[in-house]
Design a protein around this ligand. Structure first.
Ligand SMILES: Nc1nc2c(c(=O)[nH]1)N[C@H]1C(S)=C(S)[C@@H](COP(=O)(O)OP(=O)(O)OC[C@H]3O[C@@H](n4cnc5c(N)ncnc54)[C@H](O)[C@@H]3O)O[C@H]1N2
Ligand code: MOO
Ligand SMILES: [Mg+2]
Length: 420
């Protein structure tokens, strides 16, 4: 008699897996190498920005009060007493009728309370001494970037778990983080199972196929910030498969296998979990593809038994492995981002299970449409290359019409969301 498995709802399965997630480890690396990593500590402002009052323009720093009588017909004259560029510290404190020639980014001299741009000033010399005049009134604080006006020392600027993009890297540099504490990439082992599998460099043989899942999973791991350790492919043979999987578990944080989780005579994963003493959290989920996705734990390690069917394997990774990996990277929004979009095509056939259709989006003015990216079957590989999202069609007794609103999970978004 074949084993009859009871499917659990997707949300429940995700919840079960996430109970086992733990924050990962931290490491300190050079600022140069931190791109696309996630912050293991928040960025805290170590100084005010700017850290001194500065000029936003090339011009003259002066005392606004001295321009009180300036007008088109009454230019007011200033003696230019100092000349400073960005990086210089002004030495002269301005007295009545004095100005400092100042460049963008330079420190405002004492006494000055505004900056007049070159464009509104006339410059000339008298007795070899530079002078300038201005025909308009200036206001106190006009054209001055005040100390701390952008950021105050001690402010928490970027949360732990944030992906380091060029803007985050700029902040790290601004606040002197020449070494950055980032989440260590979790090491995820990958094993492909199946006597039918050939490597990518092997010629096809009757009855055999090339292993695509291992490469696909490797790519999925790398895309979301993990490190992959590939242990090779295993023929469907219990003892050697058990040995390899047992050894692999000692070397990685998480282990993913693909294939062999269903009820076939050569589907050995259930027997291997048994032999490993692993607890199976679930082995049937109310979803398509990926209904056979199995997750087990041994000690505090998670073993993901993804389906052998390529599309099912892909979806199983995105729904279950990805949020665990994101949590290990301290991402507070570990789940795939949901949006709603209008169905681009009809789905007349109902399905009792929630369907995750590999899809892509199109945009028309302010409307978003979602379309399948290929054949909607669990065993296909060709619908994956153009998939940028998963359309989520709830299970039930009805189909769906083009134009109706559906939930969509974004695959290329790296921010995520807090709840599934
Ligand atoms: N009697 C039943 N049969 C099946 C059921 C069921 O409930 N009762 N479930 C079906 C569903 S749904 C799926 S999905 C598959 C899952 O099968 P397995 O996870 O056990 O995977 P395999 O049997 O090892 O392989 C399935 C399929 O995928 C190909 N494959 C395997 N590994 C790879 C790889 N690394 N790269 C590319 N393709 C791979 C393999 O050749 C098979 O064609 O079970 C259904 N059956
Ligand atoms: O696990 Mo299967 O993918 O539901 O077709
Ligand atoms: Mg099978």
């Amino acid at each position: 008699m074949v084993e009859i498995r009871k499917p659990i709802p997707v949300e429940e399965a995700v919840h079960k897996v996430m109970q086992y997630q733990k924050y990962g480890k931290k490491e300190t690396i050079s600022l140069h190498d931190c791109d696309q990593r996630r912050l293991a500590e928040p960025i805290i402002a170590t100084n005010h920005v700017p850290s001194f009052d500065k000029s936003p323009y090339d011009g003259f720093a002066l005392r606004s009060i001295d321009t009180a009588d300036a007008s088109f017909n009454n230019p007011v004259e200033f003696e230019v007493v100092e000349h400073i560029g960005a990086g210089n510290v002004p030495k002269i404190s301005l007295q009545k009728g004095q100005a400092t020639r100042i460049m963008t980014g330079a420190m405002i001299p004492e006494g000055a309370d505004c900056v007049a741009m070159f464009e509104v000033c006339q410059t000339y010399e008298k007795n070899n001494q530079p002078y300038m005049s201005i025909k308009r009134k200036m206001e106190k604080d006009q054209n001055i970037i005040k100390e701390g006006s952008e950021v105050s020392k001690g402010d928490v600027l970027i949360e732990q778990g944030t992906l380091i993009n060029p803007g985050v890297k700029a902040l790290l540099a601004t606040f002197g983080y020449s070494k950055v504490c980032v989440a260590k990439k979790p090491l995820i082992g990958v094993i492909a199972t199946g006597t039918e599998l050939l490597d990518a460099d092997q010629p096809l043989e009757p009855g055999k196929i090339r292993d695509s899942n291992a490469y696909m999973i490797e790519s999925q791991i790398l895309k979301v910030g993990g490190e992959c350790l590939y242990f090779g492919k295993l023929a469907d043979e219990l003892e050697t498969s058990y040995q390899t999987i047992n050894n692999a578990l000692n070397k990685v944080d998480i282990l993913i296998t693909t294939g062999g989780v269903s009820v076939g005579d050569f589907d050995l994963m259930p027997a291997i979990y048994d032999k490993l003493g692993a607890d199976v959290l679930f082995n049937k989920v109310g979803m398509r593809p990926g209904s056979v996705t199995t997750v087990a734990t041994r000690g505090n390690q998670l073993l993901f038994g993804l389906s052998g069917n390529p599309s099912a394997c892909y979806v199983g990774f995105e729904l279950f492995v990805r949020p665990v990996l994101q949590s290990k990277l301290f991402n507070k929004k570990p789940f795939l981002k949901h949006i709603t979009a209008n169905l681009g095509v009809d789905f007349p056939k109902p399905n009792p299970f929630t369907r995750f259709v590999r899809s892509y989006l199109t945009f028309n003015k302010s409307s978003i449409y979602v379309h399948p990216s290929g054949i909607d079957k669990s065993n296909v590989v060709s619908s994956l290359a153009n998939a940028t999202c998963l359309m989520m069609l709830p299970g039930g007794t009805r189909g769906f019409e083009a134009g109706s609103e559906v939930d969509v999970l974004l695959l290329d978004d790296m921010e995520g969301q807090e709840a599934f």
